[in-house]
Design a protein around this ligand. Structure first.
Ligand SMILES: NC(=O)c1ccc[n+]([C@@H]2O[C@H](COP(=O)([O-])OP(=O)(O)OC[C@H]3O[C@@H](n4cnc5c(N)ncnc54)[C@H](OP(=O)(O)O)[C@@H]3O)[C@@H](O)[C@H]2O)c1
Length: 289
């Protein structure tokens, strides 16, 4: 008989995310071991507890989820978890990183875009492109062959984000742009068919006047659910809704795809014990949804 599916939840916040715990159960996890306030130096010990207990053939029934509101800390915890495995002896378990929902949110936004546009021919702009979600959106778009303008209020930050993506996707067609006001927004939007707003919660990055002035835009996706929303005139529940001259999605409109990806990613962990799931692996799951 198959052993019970155990998910080890490593969360850098004081309380392990209730949201992530509910999704884990809904994704079919039998036993959820949740740890909060996890520090990088504690990861190896926790991982060893997971890999040294069951034999290699049963290790696909144990997996790790890394969460917490700080995505950079989550990335460090992921690196520590991978380093603590012993693959030469088959002693490893699959790991999923979705700190602050960044991977599932970015993957969902790009999946939604791919429903409407051929990404390989798409000219995109990612507003708020330097945040954890925006960087992942830009990476996924670039991987699909889109031309991506990555926007920040500061050009050096946009450049640094583009450089980080180029290290993973050397063929990426990326252009860093600085936007501090509408005078820079117009030229940055010029020729773009897709705009994804991944700016901080409660910040308008694409005012309606600029959106209406851009005749090439076909699709806009806003990931900010906190008013005022990131794209003026788009409702949070929009889901392929016609708004003036564009199709629009709001953060809740993208949410159903995000939830499906999150559940699918947790379920996928238990198919083998050798997976490391970051943004691109989560995005790939969308093929089957
Ligand atoms: N639905 C979900 O489950 C879910 C999950 C995760 C995130 N989200 C949403 O997705 C969005 C992106 O998340 P994130 O964590 O990547 O965002 P973030 O790091 O908080 O912000 C993204 C970028 O926004 C820019 N920004 C910050 N304050 C600004 C201001 N006052 N004016 C203009 N730009 C500003 C910054 O870029 P520069 O400093 O370089 O200009 C920052 O790098 C957020 O709205 C978040 O709420 C939703």
């Amino acid at each position: 008989m198959d052993k019970r599916k155990i998910l080890l939840q490593l969360d850098s916040d004081p309380h392990p995310s209730v949201f992530d715990r509910v999704v884990a159960i809904d994704a079919g996890v039998d036993e959820l071991f949740s740890y909060g306030n996890v520090q990088p130096e504690q990861v190896a010990g926790l991982v060893h507890g997971a890999i040294f207990t069951r034999g290699p053939k049963d290790l696909k029934r144990t997996a790790i989820f890394i969460g917490g509101s700080n995505v950079e800390t989550g990335e460090i915890l992921l690196a520590k978890a991978v380093a603590a495995m012993l693959p030469a002896f088959g002693l490893r378990v699959s790991v999923l990183l979705d700190a602050n929902g960044a991977n599932t949110t970015a993957a969902a936004a790009v999946r939604v875009a791919a429903k409407h546009l051929s990404l390989a021919c798409t000219k995109a702009i990612v507003l708020g492109g330097t945040g954890p979600v925006g960087q992942r959106v830009a990476l996924l778009l670039a991987r699909q062959g889109a031309e991506v303008r990555l926007a920040s209020r500061q050009l050096p930050r946009a450049k640094a984000a583009c450089d980080a993506i180029l290290r993973k996707v050397p063929e990426a067609k990326l252009e860093p742009v600085a936007i501090t006001g509408e005078s820079e927004l117009g030229p940055a939007l010029d020729g773009r068919t897709l705009a994804i707003a991944a700016g901080a919660a409660g910040v308008v990055l694409l005012p309606k006047s600029a959106r209406l002035a851009c005749s090439t835009l076909q699709l806009v996706i806003d990931l900010n659910a906190v008013p005022p929303l990131g794209i003026e005139g788009v409702e949070v529940t929009d889901s392929g809704t016609q708004r003036d001259n564009v199709l629009a999605y709001g953060a809740i409109g993208v949410g159903s795809t995000k939830m499906k990806l999150h559940r699918a990613a947790v379920a996928r962990l238990f198919e083998s014990n050798d997976q490391v799931m970051d943004a691109e692996e989560v995005y790939a799951l969308g093929e089957a949804l």
